[in-house]
Design a binder for this molecule. Structure first.
Ligand code: FAD
Length: 318
């Protein structure tokens, strides 16, 4: 069975949920191996977690380079491991970093890259990836016909399923190419206590319809009642009502939650580009003709300042 490498995203010594989703998907197309880069003292815990979700083997490489430089050391490591293992595919999370690493690894492996897959299946001659395009109007299935396929998968594309495996740890020494952008300082983000936008199972977003920064209060209250992340349209971000780090869309973040609630958002194509693969979409808009209603599962025509507090009340009452 082909060995499928999964680059394990981790933070603060813990495996991030998208990595467990990737391991689950990897089992559909071959035998998963986890790649853990730069985990320091937490490497053993991270390897154990990967084994719990099906990693037969866990490659661990630890070096200061992973923290001190941007993506290139990870590209060096992943390329080296993929070549040595003769990997059948390499899977990464569809984050900004994941996609940059994927493109560079594919170039070094002289293969191809597929980004933003939402599903994977085994094909006769390699994995077949499904992408969702044109506001989720079409699904595209594609495969890489040359070399080791490198595929990034959107968070929330699969529910992580435990499947205990051997998780044999293999320590790897990486030959770094030495050409990389160095990190000169890090500024920790102030935590809102809410889930990370791209990984959240539920996202509640506000747009120009909230009218002012204070208008996001009703959006945040519903988000907190649901344990959701808060998103914003570009119009709301450009107006200075919410941070750019929360922008959903073509020039913001791509989200694919189980539930996406859009309040006071018209549904411009650039906004759809960031949320169209959400499993269930709910919109609240006072204009019954708003384009967002073309793609929703549930639509409420009404004033968000009436509707959101009622929704929050209902959720809290359960
Ligand atoms: P509007 O289009 O003004 O819609 C506001 C909606 O709120 C209206 O439908 C209105 O009926 C409704 N409303 C008003 N008051 C209420 C109320 N009280 N209750 C209920 N509903 C109410 N946009 C993004 O979002 N993300 C991107 O990443 C992005 N990237 C872009 C990149 C490019 C190159 C360009 C050109 C544009 C980009 N845009 C992006 C902008 C995009 O085209 C839209 O302008 C933007 O999405 C509109 O935001 P909105 O829906 O909040 O505002």
């Amino acid at each position: 069975m082909a060995e499928i490498l999964v680059l394990v995203d981790h933070a603060d010594g813990a495996v991030r949920k998208p990595a467990l989703e990737l391991l689950t998907l990897a089992r559909r197309i071959g035998e998963p191996s986890a790649v853990v880069l730069g985990a320091g003292a937490a490497a053993a815990d991270i390897a154990a977690k990967a084994a719990e979700f099906g990693a037969a083997k866990v490659y661990v490489a630890d070096a200061a380079e992973f923290a001190d430089y941007l993506v290139v050391p990870k590209v060096d490591a992943l390329t080296q491991i993929a070549k040595t293992a003769g990997a059948g595919a390499v899977l990464l999370t569809s984050s900004g970093e994941g996609k940059e690493i994927a493109a560079r690894v594919a170039l070094r492996l002289e293969s191809g890259v597929i980004t933003d897959a939402v599903d994977l299946e085994a094909g006769a001659d390699g994995p077949i990836a499904t992408q969702s395009v044109f506001a989720a109007s079409f699904q595209v299935k594609s495969k890489i016909s040359h070399g080791t396929p490198v595929i990034t998968v959107k968070p929330n594309s699969a529910a992580p399923e435990a499947a205990p495996a051997a998780g044999a740890v293999e320590n790897v020494t990486v030959d770094f190419t030495g050409k990389a952008a160095k990190v000169t300082s890090r500024t920790p983000r102030v935590s809102s206590g809410r889930p990370e936008l791209t990984e959240a199972a539920i996202v509640v977003s506000g747009g120009r319809g909230v009218g002012a920064a204070e208008g996001f209060g009703v959006v945040e209250e519903l988000a907190d009642a649901l344990g959701a992340a808060v998103g914003a349209s570009r119009a709301a971000v450009d107006a200075g009502w919410y941070p750019h780090s929360n922008q959903v869309g073509q020039t913001g973040k791509q989200v694919s939650p189980q539930l996406y609630v859009a309040a006071g958002i018209s549904g411009a194509i650039q906004h759809r580009a960031g949320m169209q693969t959400s499993k269930t979409i709910v919109a609240i808009n006072k204009d019954a003709e708003a384009p967002i209603f073309e793609l929703v599962d549930y639509g409420v025509v009404g004033d968000l300042f009436d509707v959101l507090p009622q929704l929050t009340g209902e959720v809290k009452a359960r």
